[in-house]
Design a binder for this molecule. Structure first.
Ligand code: DOR
Length: 422
């Protein structure tokens, strides 16, 4: 791996310095030998982005995504690490499954893959997975989630939080009361769901579970992370819980920051996602939550789906949309360009906070001599029309296709290696 010399870049705090990279770490510029020069005048240098929520689909649905293609999409989006959700086939619910995914990543990934184990065996919601064994395995699992499904049983959730606490792991909940918003629910419950004739998914199906879970986090002393918060009510409950000192973090997806219920008017299944796209008052609430820190981080919920799983009537198609390649673009468009989030805020919510979820020693670190060389070079003013075919993902369910958006990612460096360069 060749040394790198990066000149002219500015950091999130406005300071500038040249950077050397050698043997996977930042070094003083004078310490590099026979280095490849990267001229970064006019660019921002940010710590490599970390995704709290990625679906890689391998093993099980390699036609939709693989570890190789998903992490290449991550690199193209400026990410140097992703948390790989457990709803695979087989489910990541054992030490063997966790180690298999970690080994696969070791051979094929273009970004660090942080393995997420499931909370319950087979995501069935009844019996805890081998959480302790997954933690002690070579995969070192520190986050557990049944994402895609909600852990509905309060006692199972209490036990998961209590057990995970003993090894400082976090339980990430997909908050969806499946009695209020059943498996068929696919449209924000509102005038629109009624008019389109689609089964409604009320905001309270999210906030009621978040309210229960913050109470269980307090009762158990465990660590709770709320996935893809999409409602004003959800943000309000988290704000209340944080004010009471509950150990809770939360994420918002790029699509819930940017896209709304109006997108589903044409029944285009690209826009079917769970939780569903919401109305303007909810979009405003999640933006405000991210701006004031109630929502700690951005998690993409990158959910690739093969065409045959999307080419169905709206209520039958699989939910989910791509997110890794355009996440920073959407955050710049919705939060930075409007003055609601500054660059240190971007670093916090897209790198440091997601890395802290699983106590990473290598990710979300400052750009400084001696630190692992995880970096993204950003052009904050470039724009382009998104083309879903210009993608590393195996899937094409890109909700930003055809939109004029920032085009910020110039280069990504993971552990001293260039994983993407425009
Ligand atoms: O839309 C979604 N798709 N939401 C989830 O929670 C799961 C994800 C998937 O795995 O496809």
């Amino acid at each position: 791996m060749r040394d790198l010399l990066i000149t002219g870049a500015q950091f999130a705090d406005g300071s500038t310095a040249d950077l050397g990279v050698s043997a996977g770490r930042f070094v003083a510029p004078s310490e590099v030998h026979d280095a490849e020069h990267i001229g970064a005048d006019g660019l921002l240098a940010l710590p490599g982005l970390v995704d709290s929520h990625t679906h890689l689909r391998e093993p099980g649905r390699e036609d939709a995504e693989t570890v190789a293609t998903g992490t290449l999409a991550a690199a193209r989006g400026g990410y140097t690490a992703v948390h790989a959700m457990a709803n695979l086939d087989p489910v990541t619910d054992s030490a063997e499954a966790a180690e298999h995914l970690a080994a696969l990543a070791g051979r094929t990934a273009s970004a660090e893959v942080i393995v997420v184990g499931s909370v319950t065996k087979g995501l069935a919601g009844a019996e805890l997975s081998e959480m302790g064994l997954m933690h002690r395995s070579a995969a070192g699992v520190r986050m557990f989630s049944d994402d895609g499904k909600c852990v509905m049983d309060s006692l199972v959730m209490r036990r998961a939080l209590t057990y995970a606490k003993t090894f400082d792991a976090v339980i990430a909940q997909h908050a969806q009361d499946t009695r209020l918003a059943g498996p068929g629910a696919c449209c924000h419950e509102s005038e629109i769901s009624g008019r389109l004739g689609l089964p409604g998914w009320p905001a309270q199906a999210e906030s009621a579970i978040i309210a229960r879970d913050v109470e269980l986090a307090q009762l158990s002393g465990g660590r709770l992370h709320v996935c893809h918060v999409s409602t004003a009510e959800g943000v309000e409950v988290i704000r209340w819980a944080k004010a009471r000192g509950v150990n809770v973090t939360a994420e918002v997806t790029p699509h819930h920051l940017y896209l709304g219920t109006r997108e589903v008017e044409r029944y285009d299944t690209t826009f079917k996602v769970n939780p569903p796209l919401r109305t303007d008052e909810h979009i405003e609430a999640v933006r405000a939550g991210l701006a004031d820190g109630t929502i700690d981080m951005v998690g993409t919920d990158h959910a690739p789906h093969a065409r045959q799983d999307k080419d169905h009537p709206f209520d039958i198609a699989l939910p989910g949309m791509l997110g890794l390649e355009q996440a920073l673009a959407v955050v710049i468009e919705t939060m930075v360009n409007s003055g609601r989030l500054d660059w240190p805020g971007v670093v916090r919510s897209m790198s440091a906070a997601p890395a802290a979820l699983t106590r990473s020693a290598t990710q979300g670190r400052p750009i400084a001599v001696g630190e692992p060389a995880n970096l993204v070079l950003v052009d904050p003013s470039a724009r382009a029309v998104v083309d879903r075919d210009d993608s590393a993902s195996k899937s094409r369910n890109n909700p930003y296709h055809g939109r004029d958006l920032p085009d910020p990612i110039v280069a990504t460096i993971w552990a001293g290696r260039i994983t993407h360069r425009r």
